[in-house]
Ligand binder design. Structure first.
Ligand code: NAD
Ligand code: UDP
Ligand code: UDP
Length: 314
């Protein structure tokens, strides 16, 4: 593949920094744009002296004039604690960020990928979710700034595609975990691991029988890069995630076993609008991207636990 200049918005975040690593390894030049709303300097510190890496502190809700060959648009706080801190800014980031990045892609006639989310399905009535499912989303609830912002961003991507012939790609990412997840973002994987390592009680919300499917970050990034590599005209949306479901109880037990912790389990109330079940149908990714996840939960939890252990020891 010829080397290119690739823009990654949200490149200092959890997924963005792994994507940047992979793009640099593949020989590309990377322009990382991030306003550090949730991203951590530590995620990109190891790249700062890389000759093909450039970091620009910028908020994507404002226009951006740069010259690049491709755009991965990942900028957006992703966990409820972060996206609910300033919900108006969350919607602005999704909507105005999409408009600005699409405007940039339109001016340069370049492909652009949007990091969308399984949350566009809301609290789904069908399992597993295929891309044809339109979702069941509350437009006015506490999660709406994220869910509806991401839905509006998808709308913009498809309208720029139809109206301006833009080469767009939309990936619907399901729960992903791995090293560089934010320790304090309240996500279940980071919460359970940190609680287990500190010997604190593991907090299960609700009865713990709700399920999620967890994709290891390396698998996810592989799917994202494959989607970007598809022919113009292949837009998606494509689900990328791990279809193997676990209950939160099972996750807690796996974390306790792998950390060797003696933490007890504590039950707390279920947050409002918390989906009961979420599981991707990945047939489209298998057929069109030749992609499927390879890392089983236990294999992915081990490096993730090691990452948090290092952070806590530091
Ligand atoms: P993250 O919070 O670690 O990364 C998001 C990055 O975007 C951060 O570095 C943040 O500082 C930056 N950002 C936020 N607002 C910005 C703005 N206005 N301008 C510039 N930068 C801004 O989250 P993540 O888990 O790496 O998620 C990356 C993308 O993937 C997000 O778009 C998210 O919605 C999507 N996604 C993630 C998951 C997951 O499981 N991690 C699931 C579905 C979708
Ligand atoms: N934009 C940008 N960088 C560019 C080109 C456009 O940030 O290189 C922004 C621009 O500010 C505009 C948005 O993208 O508000 C949408 O651009 P588009 O050309 O679609 O719309 P218009 O400029 O006609 O409003
Ligand atoms: N959860 C939990 N304990 C925690 C954090 C989360 O039981 O300490 C539950 C949460 O209620 C949800 C599931 O774990 O049912 C996944 O939550 P997360 O915020 O990680 O992801 P999302 O709800 O966005 O899929």
């Amino acid at each position: 593949m010829p080397t290119e200049r690739v823009l990654v918005t949200g490149g200092a975040g959890f997924l963005g920094s792994h994507l940047v690593d992979r793009l640099l390894d593949a020989g590309h030049e990377v322009l990382c744009v991030d306003n550090f709303f949730t991203g951590a300097r530590g995620n990109v510190r190891h790249m700062l002296n890389h000759p093909r890496f450039e970091l620009l502190r910028h908020d994507v809700t404002f226009p951006l004039y740069v010259e690049v060959d491709r755009i991965y648009n990942l900028a957006c706080p992703a966990s409820p604690i972060h996206y609910q801190r300033d919900p108006v800014q969350t919607t602005k980031t999704s909507v105005l960020g999409a408009i600005n990045m699409l405007g940039l892609a339109k001016r340069l006639h370049i492909p652009i990928l949007q990091a969308s989310t399984s949350e566009v399905y809301g609290d789904p009535e069908i399992h597993p979710q295929t891309e044809a499912y339109w979702g069941k989303v509350n437009p006015i609830g506490p999660r709406s700034c994220y869910d509806e912002g991401k839905r509006a961003a998808e709308t913009l991507f498809f309208d720029y595609h139809r109206q301006n012939g833009l080469d767009v790609k939309v990936i619907r990412i399901f729960n992903t975990y791995g090293p560089r997840m934010d320790m304090n973002d309240g996500r279940v994987v980071s919460n359970f691991i940190v609680q287990a390592l500190k010997g604190e009680p593991i907090t299960i919300y609700g009865d713990g029988n709700q399920t999620r499917s967890f994709c290891y970050v390396d698998d996810l990034i592989d799917g994202m890069i494959r989607l970007m590599g598809t022919k113009p005209g292949f837009t998606g949306p494509v689900n990328v995630g791990n279809p193997v479901e676990f209950t939160m109880k099972e996750l807690a037990e796996a974390v306790i076993r792998l950390t060797g912790s003696d933490s007890a389990i504590e039950y707390r109330p279920l947050p409002q609008d918390d989906p009961r079940q979420r599981k991707p149908d990945i047939s489209l990714a298998q057929d069109h991207l030749g992609w499927q996840p390879h890392v089983p939960l236990e294999d992915g939890l081990k490096p993730t636990i090691a990452y948090f252990r290092d952070l806590l020891d530091a």
